[in-house]
Design a protein around this ligand. Structure first.
Ligand code: NAD
Ligand code: MG
Length: 297
């Protein structure tokens, strides 16, 4: 027996069927369903006793992080939008199956007062807080700047960028030495797609926020890093993140990756765990690309 696998064929290479859902979309209704490690992620006690808040924890990359955190021994609070309750219920069951606590806190991150309530509730129900995995995000493709509504521009910045400031501000008084903050940027924060003018700019902003905050919080013993995914098969993409014509060859040619396929959320799990754990004790202010080979320079 060997673990040796060709990364090109490690996960599905089939074309995806076109499928549209209203945003934010439900993972339970996707075909094929993203692989978030539900049946495969194996923990080894690397986050024993930790208390994590994961935004966007119902589906996609956030779900993969939440499952991995629970299997590594953490209790987990999940944030998501109320219409994503069926996805969140599945994650809750998976966390509880590990004997860990799952706290579900639906609500809208574009509202500053909700961000404060989210942090306070997570802290009080978990009995502490030492890990923020800020994964939630909004992405709506628009061909021309002339058609980009101001409402979308504002919401995308509020959810993707402002909520990081609001959540970290509320959490900081609770975070002990050794805590970890992980943001979620993107390959779009390095090489922006012309149809993601607002979204790509938020991902550049997240990288700046992460690097500056890491310098500010190092003295407190808190590390701040970011994960920059490439094209990953999640609800974000089929609910307007890409035009439907990009869905079949997503990650193959739209966009083209050297690995030649879309990534699955589980392929990010180990990095969210690494950046949360003491294994990364000398790592802060870094942006970890998981992009199928798309450049992050
Ligand atoms: P996803 O749809 O599974 O997750 C996005 C989540 O954001 C949703 O589940 C939802 O709960 C949350 N969200 C959106 N608006 C919100 C709001 N107003 N209030 C609270 N929560 C809200 O998709 P995903 O691809 O796993 O996205 C996770 C992160 O990864 C995002 O930040 C996204 O920008 C980033 N990312 C994704 C890709 C990709 O190809 N899928 C690539 C690069 C970066
Ligand atoms: Mg979701």
């Amino acid at each position: 027996m060997t673990n040796l696998q060709n990364p090109k064929s490690h996960y599905t290479t089939e074309n995806f069927p076109k499928q549209y859902q209203e945003p934010p979309g439900l993972q339970t209704q996707m075909s094929p369903k993203p692989d978030c490690g539900e049946t495969s992620y194996v923990g080894s006690g690397r986050l024993k006793g930790r208390k994590a808040l994961v935004t966007g924890g119902d589906s996609g990359i956030g779900r993969a992080a939440a499952i991995a955190y629970a299997r590594e021994g953490a209790d987990v609070a999940l944030n998501y939008l109320p219409e994503e309750q069926p996805d969140a219920d599945e994650v809750k069951k998976l966390i509880e199956a590990e004997g860990q606590k799952a706290v579900l806190i639906p609500g809208d991150l574009s509202d500053e007062s909700f961000c404060k309530e989210l942090v306070e509730q997570a802290h009080s129900e978990l009995g502490g807080l030492d890990l923020l995995a800020l994964v939630a995000g909004k992405q709506q493709a628009v061909e021309s700047i002339l058609d980009l509504p101001t409402e979308q521009l504002e919401k995308t910045f509020q959810i993707n960028v402002y909520s990081l400031y609001w959540t970290v501000k509320a959490a900081l008084p609770h975070l002990p030495e050794g805590a970890s903050i992980i943001t979620t940027s993107s390959v779009e924060g390095f090489d922006p797609n012309p149809i993601l003018l607002d979204y790509a700019a938020t991902k550049f902003a997240i990288i700046g926020f992460t690097k500056a905050l890491s310098k500010q919080l190092a003295d407190k013993g808190i590390r701040v890093n970011s994960v920059a995914p490439g094209p990953i098969w999640t609800p974000l993409q089929i609910s307007g993140g890409q035009p439907q014509e990009n869905i079949p060859e997503f990650g193959k040619s739209t966009p083209a990756t050297p690995i030649g396929r879309a990534g699955q959320p589980i392929e990010l799990s180990a990095t969210y765990v690494f950046l949360a754990s003491t294994d990364s004790s000398y790592v802060t202010g870094q942006i970890y690309g998981i992009t199928g080979g798309m450049p992050t320079v």
